[in-house]
Design a protein around this ligand. Structure first.
Ligand code: ZN
Length: 223
């Protein structure tokens, strides 16, 4: 098996481990840069905890990112574009459906294009799902010094609620750009309002460790 894909399968099992409670069933997703032009991402409908190498599809960066230039697309149209961006689709047995990239593949492409990022983990920890991002949340986080405690020197990026897929991807770009302007760096922890968490890293271990730290940080804020 491809070395990157092997690491991605392990990351998938760790983030999908039911004892960690980061995701339910087929929620959440992981991805990794395969080479300059393509990346691996978990297919729609497969589960993190049971994913094998066959659960991932390889997609073309350029084709995925070009979806952002399209106008308003229906979810069905986005899924078709994502299917078209798939490289070497696996010949599926007649009994099983063809694997298609997750609807959040565009957000993964955006994060994997950030400097130094080779792995991305997207989870739905319950503590993050209920975040409302009230002004009080940020004040308390700042007072507790939690925003700079993730060991990376940069606070998390907060992204307000958007529908999954293209709307979320477009909003993510806007907020990444503002973050870059404010901090002259990119975030490693991204909190999605009423949705979950995106963590970026240069290694699968970074993504796993930062996910644990982010969940711990948010849990403390809920006390
Ligand atoms: Zn999600």
């Amino acid at each position: 098996m491809d070395g990157i894909l092997a690491q991605l399968v392990i990351l998938s099992h760790h983030l999908g481990d039911p004892s960690r409670d980061y995701v339910k069933l087929s929620q959440g997703n992981v991805s990794a840069r395969a080479d300059e032009k393509s990346f691996w991402v978990k297919a729609s409908g497969t589960e993190l905890r049971t994913a094998g190498p066959e659960s991932f599809v390889r997609v073309d960066f350029g084709r995925v990112m070009s979806i952002l230039d399209e106008g308003d697309l229906s979810e069905e149209e986005v899924r078709q574009h994502l299917a078209d961006a798939t490289l070497d689709p696996q010949p599926a047995p007649a009994s099983s459906p063809v694997l298609t990239p997750s609807i959040e593949t565009i957000a993964h492409a955006i994060c994997l294009e950030l400097e130094g990022v080779d792995f991305v983990g997207h989870t739905h920890p319950p503590v993050v799902n209920v975040l409302t991002f009230s002004s009080g949340f940020l004040t308390v986080a700042e007072e507790l010094g939690l925003l700079n405690e993730n060991g990376t020197g940069g606070p998390p990026l907060f992204v307000p609620h958007a529908d999954p897929g293209l709307p979320l991807a477009r909003l993510l770009i806007i907020h990444l750009n503002s973050y870059q302007d404010e901090y002259t760096r990119q975030p490693e922890i991204i909190l999605l309002q009423n949705h979950g968490l995106i963590v970026t890293g240069s290694t699968a271990e970074d993504v796993e460790n930062l996910t644990a730290q982010a969940v711990k940080m948010v849990s403390i804020l809920h006390l």
